[in-house]
Design a protein. Sequence first.
Length: 193
Amino acid sequence: MRTIVFATNNAHKLSELRAMAGDSLCIRSLSDIGCTDDIPETGDTLRDNALQKARWVASRYGCDCFADDTGLEVEALGGEPGVHSARYAPGTDHDSAANMRHLLRRMDDITDRRACFRTVIALIIDGREHLFEGRVDGEILTAPEGDGGFGYDPLFRPDGWDKTFGSASAEAKNSVSHRARATARLIQYLKTL
Ligand code: IMP
């Protein structure tokens, strides 16, 4: 069985990946390989950040590795918050509520509410780099709905849905989500090796 490192310590992401990969792969976390580095994420794009993290781990720890980066991209804001999604609110308070409040303020007089979530996964395997992407399109409501999920979920309603990700079950969200789509493409590729 192939062993590959997922450059994260996020338990939720790890269990999701392990469930999708089944018995075909052994997926290790950063803590599994003793990596406690504060891995830089200084890119201007999701792609750059995912590659930066994967290259950091692959080159220093000599392993096959993949890393992900996700952002919410609002069309009328030129792709904001994008790579800044996790720390969008000004000041030091960057929890989800503060980030959502900031986004709603920025969109106060905007009627074009189209947005997407996009995940990019960078894989380095046998010394080669590969990229996988998943996205889900939708719109930003004018007030949060639901208290499920995380991040911007209560503000995002996918196209064709009558509720937000924040009001949906985890299963419903995972059936269409950006991360699930990017992950499915990664796993599909890894299973061909
Ligand atoms: P990460 O790259 O997965 O750490 O995501 C960066 C940031 O994007 C998070 O801190 C959240 O604010 C936001 N984000 C990522 N995925 C989601 C999602 O599925 N729903 C809502 N917000 C998300």
